[in-house]
Design a protein around this ligand. Structure first.
Ligand code: GLA
Length: 356
């Protein structure tokens, strides 16, 4: 018997590079999905429709040479490890409308999807938080990416038409219903972002070093204290820390603005987040800056910024009206300038992983 599941990608409205610093994030699931079909089998077999590749594997700690297969294997391996039970083999087919490496959490979508699917079929009693935590552990330990908890929580817990405010220091979360929210467009810069490439871990280490020097965790830090320790930190670590402290404040202001349906203010905060990621946290790229600057000039746009880990990936734009025609023009100039093509698509806020 075949069992079919749907697991979403995610965007993050605001709160970037705050999760692994015990801060606040405001992600949501989008209506772009990884589809996973499972069928009982004699061996573990995974097939990706998008890449047309098939991998047979056994459940051990050994990495497969196909990158994508490690997300599947790692998820099942860590599920078995956590429930301390053997998992019988499945034939797993994966297809996706979610672009890979575009900063929309295709990896969390796949890993949470696999763990959720097997736990449903096998009647393993795990709540959605636990599923997110196992997927997070698998991505950290099996795939080797030291990511925060935002992506897995968003994919596992999201609700339609809502953002999720997550406090990464406690794992507590709250739904922020986004009534009348502006149109959301994702613009893929065409520059592949890969978290395992090292830049992300460098930023994590810098933040850790800053908290060591300051002797306080970010959640216990305020701006005045940070300013008083500026010299101790030195230019770079000060900039990283300033981003984190101010970004947490922006998340709270954004929630406030959403509750008042003040989209101009949401847009202003989104723009400020981008400027900070560009100038203080230094994770943007010239390509993403170009997109954000030009999109912000379009009539009816509230604000635009890079999302996710950075160093490539996607930009989001919030607008009053459909901006696809305007993006056509930007797309031509972008291609001349950078020799890469952008892709853009409107998205809606969707719900977390589920059986179909
Ligand atoms: C990636 C990570 C998340 C988060 C963002 C930056 O998407 O997977 O945990 O750290 O980068 O906000």
């Amino acid at each position: 018997m075949k069992h079919r599941f749907r697991s979403p990608g995610r965007i993050n409205l605001i709160g970037e590079h705050t999760d692994y610093n015990g801060g606040l994030v405001l992600p949501a699931a989008i209506d772009k999905y990884t589809y996973i079909t499972l069928e009982e089998s004699r061996h573990f077999m995974a097939y990706t429709v998008n890449l047309k590749e098939r991998v047979e594997f056994s459940l051990n700690e050994k990495k497969e040479k196909e990158d994508w297969a490690n997300y599947v294997k790692g998820a099942i391996f860590h599920l078995a490890k956590n429930i301390k039970k053997q998992i019988r083999p499945f034939n797993i087919e994966i297809s996706s409308t979610l672009p890979i490496g575009a900063g929309l959490s295709s990896s969390a979508s796949l890993m949470v999807g696999i763990i959720y699917a097997i736990s449903k079929i096998e009647n393993i009693n795990l709540d959605r938080e636990r599923i997110a935590q196992i997927a997070h552990e698998a991505e950290n330990e099996f795939v080797g990416v030291n990511c925060g908890i935002m992506d897995q929580y968003a994919v596992a817990l999201a609700k339609k038409d809502s953002f999720i405010l997550i406090d990464a220091s406690s794992g507590r979360y709250e739904y922020i219903y986004a009534k009348g929210f502006p149109k959301i467009m994702i613009i893929d810069s065409g520059i592949k972002h890969k978290l395992s490439s090292g830049n992300y871990n460098t930023r994590r280490n810098e933040c850790e070093e800053a908290t060591k020097i300051l002797g306080l965790q970010f959640k216990d830090l305020n701006k005045a204290f940070l300013e008083s320790k500026k010299n101790l930190l030195g230019e770079n670590l000060y900039k990283r820390a300033k981003h984190v402290v101010e970004e947490n404040e922006r998340v709270l202001k954004t929630i406030e603005a959403i509750s008042r349906q003040n989209w101009e203010e949401v847009g202003r905060l989104v723009k400020a987040s981008h400027a900070s990621l560009r100038d203080l946290f230094e994770v943007s790229t010239v390509e993403m800056d170009f997109l954000v600057d030009n999109i912000n000039k379009i009539d009816g746009v509230y604000g635009s910024r890079m999302i996710g880990g950075g160093f490539g990936g996607s930009v989001i734009a919030l607008s009053k009206r459909d901006i696809r025609n305007d993006l056509k023009g930007i797309s031509k100039i972008y291609q001349n300038e950078f020799g890469v093509e952008i892709k853009y698509y409107p998205v809606k806020l969707s719900s977390g992983v589920r059986k179909m």
